[in-house]
Design a protein around this ligand. Sequence first.
Ligand SMILES: Nc1ncnc2c1ncn2[C@@H]1O[C@H](COP(=O)(O)OP(=O)(O)OP(=O)(O)O)[C@@H](O)[C@H]1O
Ligand SMILES: Cc1ncc(COP(=O)(O)O)c(N)n1
Length: 273
Amino acid sequence: MITYKALTIAGSDSGGGAGIQADIKTFQELDVFGMSVITVLTAQNTLGVQGVFPQALEAVEAQMDSVLSDIGADAVKTGMLFTADIIRLVARKLQQHKAQNLVVDPVMYAKGGAQLLQQEAMDALKQTLLPLAKVITPNIPEACAILGIPDIHNATDMRAVAEKLLELGPQYVLLKGGHLSGTQAIDLLVAADGSEAVSFISDRIETPHTHGTGCTLASAITAELAKGRPVNEAVQTAKQFITAAISHSLNIGGGIGPTDHGAYRRARLHVLS
Ligand SMILES: Nc1ncnc2c1ncn2[C@@H]1O[C@H](COP(=O)(O)OP(=O)(O)OP(=O)(O)O)[C@@H](O)[C@H]1O
Ligand SMILES: Cc1ncc(COP(=O)(O)O)c(N)n1
């Protein structure tokens, strides 16, 4: 029986691999009831982003009020928010509804390069949303953009970048190393309470089909936090989930294909049977 509830506040990806669609699939696969607040509609496929249509602020506010005033959420994730006004509204409503277990994925660019956060929205992200987060999950280019520093290119520099991000107020920073080269995909978790940094390491899978990996990882963390798991355990399960999904990524469409959100469950069923 599903008893835990998670909410994603993000953009819709018509292609189904990232955004709201990836998040809801991930919640379902991890046995958590999924709900959504759609901030932006994107016309998107494996080839790129063909259109970006921000929703009216009233529409975003009404969705948040509907869900949080009645059903509530054990954990909340934010993804593509696009404008400073949407970010400020979302932050205000999350505080008003006393949202718990907030995971902020500071989405800035799609894999194909399309801009998913307006340049002038960076200050709003830093000042209003990041301080509310339990966990933030930047990739390396996003982390460096937030800090206003040049991109880093090796895993040893990740610790300093992640710790600098803690100064912006989140309780944990999970810095994703998917954009580095090398035979391993290394993510680093650091905590504001001073506990030991932890690395989550998997073999790097050779595939171009990684559309939506960041969304999927963050929503898997959110699902596990909704169940009451500690952050370390939530990230560990999420890393297993995304590694399985990338291992079975889908060569559909003519560009960067999505991952298989069902792979983690199927692997576990296989082991259990
Ligand atoms: N080729 C790969 N093989 C194995 N794991 C990977 C690979 N690429 C990314 N990952 C893992 O996938 C997760 C997402 O990392 P990534 O750095 O790709 O995020 P992202 O760039 O934010 O994703 P997106 O662009 O989809 O938002 C991390 O756990 C990362 O280590
Ligand atoms: C609506 C939406 N949210 C997030 C992403 C990032 O995912 P990716 O970088 O894998 O394209 C995206 N492409 N679309």
